[in-house]
Design a protein around this ligand. Structure first.
Ligand code: FAD
Length: 353
């Protein structure tokens, strides 16, 4: 019999932690650990807004997977399908051909993806924020709008260049609205054709409060700080994007040359194609993070619905939880290999900031 093989799909918060813990527990002689990711870096998404806002550079949020995981076989390839009945996965090789690889255990940690088509007009007119490339494209676009405003001789058009609309009041929306606001307002002193009065940053959110993930006190604190910084917040409103700005359901129009869309999170394609129980497009797991009814395939992070035994609630889709799930799933796989019982996922949150 060959060497045992554990495959991890996704080198994000969950996958990287899982690979590191497994590598500590299992020697290279006992087990080959293979990590697939379509990119060769781990991206620290919570700081993407800071990249777009030019507070930090792109290098600060992406770390090469090979550097993080020296004793893991990292493969920069996209996994297309998991055939759990055959314990094999199918991936697109360097030459575009599909190949298969067998596994003893597989961990799905492929996160989520963005589908701007879920909101009318967004795929044509809005910037997403889900990759380092997105953040850099947005940063360049914002700087371009400032340059256009500087030389524009039509005051109304100038204000349009200086109007920025962020759709979605979750972590990403709030952070990017703050970053854009800071970037634009801090840049004003380098320009002579406009002042702070010409700049508008608007955050539009469908619910009655921003930041549903955090406590009411923190939510209120964030709202107050943002408004003090000059950000206009519109709640309880759905939007459509157009070439001129966003249209609100009540018929109002918020003009602006820049729309950033932070909603439209959807299942990763691999999950959509997987024949396994799902809830709202995420994989349903047993308490120990095994895919329901499948002995050797596990799912962690944003792509999975995992009940937290600590408070019996589904774990939130945050980096903090993904990382802990990655660690605990590795311990569970190790327990299975040792013939010991697995444990349910359990974690007391450190809080949010
Ligand atoms: C802009 C933004 C801001 C955020 N801010 C915060 C915050 O402030 N605090 C917080 O806790 N969380 C935040 N989050 C959420 C946090 O980033 C996620 O919860 C976390 O990244 C989930 O980790 P994961 O390992 O499940 O997935 P990810 O980190 O998304 O990693 C998944 C990996 O899988 C790879 N992959 C996907 N499909 C395939 C495939 N078929 N084949 C090969 N590779 C594949 C992807 O390339 C990716 O590298 C933010 C997210 C975004 C986008």
């Amino acid at each position: 019999m060959g060497l045992m093989r554990i495959i991890i799909v996704g080198g994000g918060f969950a996958g990287v932690r899982c690979a590191r813990v497994l590598r500590k527990r299992l020697t290279e002689e006992a087990c080959e650990i293979v990590l697939f990711d379509r990119e060769n870096s781990m991206v620290y998404y919570p700081l993407l807004a800071e990249v777009a806002g030019a507070t930090i550079g792109p290098d600060s949020v992406a770390t090469p997977l090979r550097q993080l995981l020296p004793q893991v076989r990292c493969r920069t390839e996209e996994v297309r399908r998991i055939d759990h009945a055959a314990s094999e996965l199918e991936y697109e090789g360097y030459d575009g051909r599909l190949r298969r690889m067998g596994f003893d255990h597989a961990v799905i940690a492929c996160g989520s993806s963005v589908n701007l088509d879920l909101v009318p007009g967004m795929s044509d007119h809005a910037f997403p924020l889900k990759s380092v490339g997105d953040a850099m494209a947005l940063r360049f676009h914002v700087m371009e709008q400032l340059e256009k405003a500087e030389v524009c001789d039509d005051p109304e058009r100038r204000r349009w260049y200086l109007s920025f609309v962020v759709v979605g009041g979750g972590f990403s929306g709030v952070e990017i609205a703050g970053e854009l606001n800071d970037l634009v307002r801090a840049s004003i002193r380098f320009y002579s054709s406009f002042t702070a009065r010409d700049v508008t940053v608007t955050l539009v959110h469908a619910r009655d409060q921003i930041l549903p993930e955090v406590s009411p006190t923190l939510r209120e604190f964030a709202r107050r700080k943002m408004e003090q910084a000059g950000i206009h917040i519109i709640l309880n409103t759905r939007v459509v994007a157009t070439a001129d700005g966003v249209g609100l359901v009540d018929g109002r129009m918020i003009g602006g040359a820049t729309i950033v869309c932070t909603i439209g999170t959807t299942a990763a394609q691999l999950v959509r194609w997987l024949d396994a129980p799902k809830e709202k497009d995420r994989l349903v797991t047993d308490p120990d993070m095994r895919l329901r009814g499948i002995a050797n395939v596990w799912a962690v992070g944003d792509c999975a619905v995992i009940v937290n035994a600590y408070d019996r609630n589904p774990a939130p889709t945050t980096g903090q939880f993904a990382e802990r799930q990655g660690r605990q799933v590795a311990e569970n796989i190790h327990r299975v290999l040792q013939g010991q019982p697995t444990r349910p996922f359990s974690y007391k949150s450190l809080g949010t900031l």
